[in-house]
Design a protein around this ligand. Sequence first.
Ligand SMILES: Nc1ncnc2c1ncn2[C@@H]1O[C@@H]2COP(=O)(O)O[C@H]2[C@H]1O
Length: 256
Amino acid sequence: MTCQLRVLGCSGGIGGDNRTTAFLLNQNILIDAGTGVADLQLHELRAIDHVFLTHAHLDHIACLPLLLDAVVGARTAPVYVHATEQTIQLLRSHIFNWLIWPDFTVIPSAERPSLIFVPHELGQVEQMGELSVTPLPAIHTVPAVSFLLSSKASSVVFSGDTIGGTDFWQVVNQVASLKALIIETAFADKEHAIADAAKHLCPSTLAKELKEWQGTAEVLITHLKPGESEVTIREVLELDHIHPIRRLLQGEIIEF
Ligand SMILES: Nc1ncnc2c1ncn2[C@@H]1O[C@@H]2COP(=O)(O)O[C@H]2[C@H]1O
């Protein structure tokens, strides 16, 4: 059986049709919970059993609190939120603290919660039926991971927000039958300094990162900041690279 990864949002910001990072994997699994989640119908929201988070930044979690509130009365099973212990602590302290949002780990009751946090570690394979989700190393301004998504047939790697790094490429270089590498290039080269400060890639640093990669799968560029997305993708396409490379599109479905 092939797996389907539906791109709900892949922008680095909001405005107009831009939606921030969220992918729907086979109807019931979310990879990040950015503003793209808000476009799902209520019955689609209710079908989500698991949410895997790369990190706690708002553009990747904005719809998580709203999702829980939207489905709480209609589901009997909890929503499992998989993240590193550090990210879970950030969410507990800063979001689900009864001030910014109610603590859904005790709603409607501690015995029957709507939200259960599941801590995961780098390299820990979470098998979900025919597919698996594995957190991989990532380097960002806050604790972060990337993800390896694997079906029986092939895999997709999603970098999350990261400047990549040797540890990331070491693992990616070992992935057999990689169908696509989804990697961010948030900023244009004129914003190189901000990209470095925010621990994001720009086209010139993407080129350096891709030199560490020995694979040949398609490279799909995500997380372009609105306002400079056209110039950023043009700079990416002008790179002297050996991989097929294109912009990831909101709404597209990747089968693997
Ligand atoms: N000095 C900075 N460090 C980190 N983020 C910054 C900085 N200046 C601006 N930002 C923005 O804050 C955003 C937080 O989310 P992102 O990591 O997607 O992208 C980041 C940048 O767009």
